[in-house]
Design a protein around this ligand. Structure first.
Ligand SMILES: NC(=O)c1ccc[n+]([C@@H]2O[C@H](COP(=O)([O-])OP(=O)(O)OC[C@H]3O[C@@H](n4cnc5c(N)ncnc54)[C@H](O)[C@@H]3O)[C@@H](O)[C@H]2O)c1
Length: 327
């Protein structure tokens, strides 16, 4: 992997966000020439502090993936596109379904059209989600599971993924998709619960306040961001990934109640309370979920390396130092 990206032109949409900026940092270390495209819409996860320390080693283009003219220009001459720009809030997608549609669905098609017309030799890795499996019929969930999105965001991300695979199959533009599960680590959004409930738990814990666990018995898996970055790089460099969809997963399965306990222990103290789900959240909740990630393990040799307690400790360490930059 170390040689594959040296001297290559790489563009990351959503590159000032949590996962995009972590990927950017790694690609700079690997010698790639990196362009970050991000709209920095305040309600979303983009943050210039995410590239603190290597801001001079990347090109930053503050533009919106909904702008077809910008994207048509930006994809030219690129070897790799990591497509991570997204509206990530499930609740926002229910309150404002059209914005979610524009970003997670329509803009994805126009990015692919830009590549088809201007740069069909590019390789694209799309940040997809496990969300649109909906309430699982069986566990662990593999890639053959029925797709039954539980919210507007899920429908639009499913279409975004579908367009990517279609452009591989019909036009031969090399694409693949990673269905991410809850991804955690330094630079995740902690201001509120828009990206994940764990973010707001971390914020409240570090502010010395009690946090709320809704439900508590739901089972989940978590990927540490560095492991997710490994998966993006492996998928980009391997032609075995072309046209494929891969689940990512975690090193273990935990209930949210146990996760809260683990977080409090990693922090050396803190307090939480378990409450019933609010009705609007319960309506779009997917219940228990954890992934079968054997397809990416056997095809690309990926598996999570960072144990969940370490992932939590590393995340808390980061926010102990930098919380004010994320509020
Ligand atoms: N974090 C997770 O647990 C998780 C799980 C499943 C899927 N994903 C997917 O991974 C991708 C990255 O997620 P993240 O966790 O880093 O979230 P994030 O919010 O930190 O990053 C997304 C970035 O996209 C940018 N963006 C949003 N709309 C844009 C637009 N119209 N034009 C340009 N930039 C725009 C945001 O400013 C932000 O920087 C998303 O597509 C998300 O759906 C994440």
């Amino acid at each position: 992997m170390t040689q594959a990206f040296r001297g290559k032109q790489v563009i990351i949409t959503g590159g000032l966000g949590f996962i995009g900026s972590s990927l950017a940092r790694r690609l700079v270390e690997l010698g790639a020439s990196v362009t970050l495209v991000d709209s920095l819409i305040p309600e979303y996860g983009g943050n210039l502090f995410n590239i603190a320390g290597f801001e001079k080693d990347v090109r930053v283009n503050i533009s919106d993936v909904r702008d077809e003219y910008s994207m048509s220009y930006l994809v030219q001459g690129q070897d790799y596109l990591f497509n991570l720009a997204g509206q990530t809030s499930h609740m926002d997608s229910m309150r404002d379904p059209y914005t979610d549609l524009e970003i997670n669905c329509r803009a994805q098609l126009s990015i692919l059209e830009a590549c088809r017309k201007r740069n069909p030799n590019i390789k694209i890795v799309f940040a997809s989600t496990r969300q649109f499996y909906g309430r699982p019929d069986y566990l662990p969930v593999d890639e053959r599971h029925l797709l039954r999105p539980a919210d507007v965001n899920g429908v639009n991300k499913m279409a975004g993924e579908g367009f990517h695979i279609l452009y591989n199959n019909v036009y031969g533009i090399r694409t693949c998709a990673l269905r991410l599960t809850n991804t955690i680590g330094p630079r995740m959004r902690v201001k509120d619960a828009r990206q994940t409930f764990l973010g707001i738990w971390i914020r409240l814990l570090l502010e010395g306040k009690q946090f709320e666990v809704w439900g508590g018995e739901q089972l989940r898996d978590f990927t540490f961001v560095d492991d997710a970055v490994d998966a993006f790089l492996l998928a980009a460099e391997s032609d075995k990934a072309n046209g494929e969809i891969f689940n990512l997963g975690g090193d273990r399965v935990v209930s949210l109640r146990d996760l809260a306990g683990m977080l409090v222990r990693a922090n050396g103290g803190g307090d939480f309370v378990v409450r019933p789900y609010p009705a609007d959240r319960e309506a779009i909740d997917i219940g228990d979920y954890y992934a079968d990630f054997s397809r990416i393990r056997s095809t690309l040799g990926w598996q999570p390396k960072v144990p969940l307690p370490d992932a939590l400790a590393r995340t808390l360490d980061f926010y102990r130092k930098h919380l004010e930059k994320y509020l």
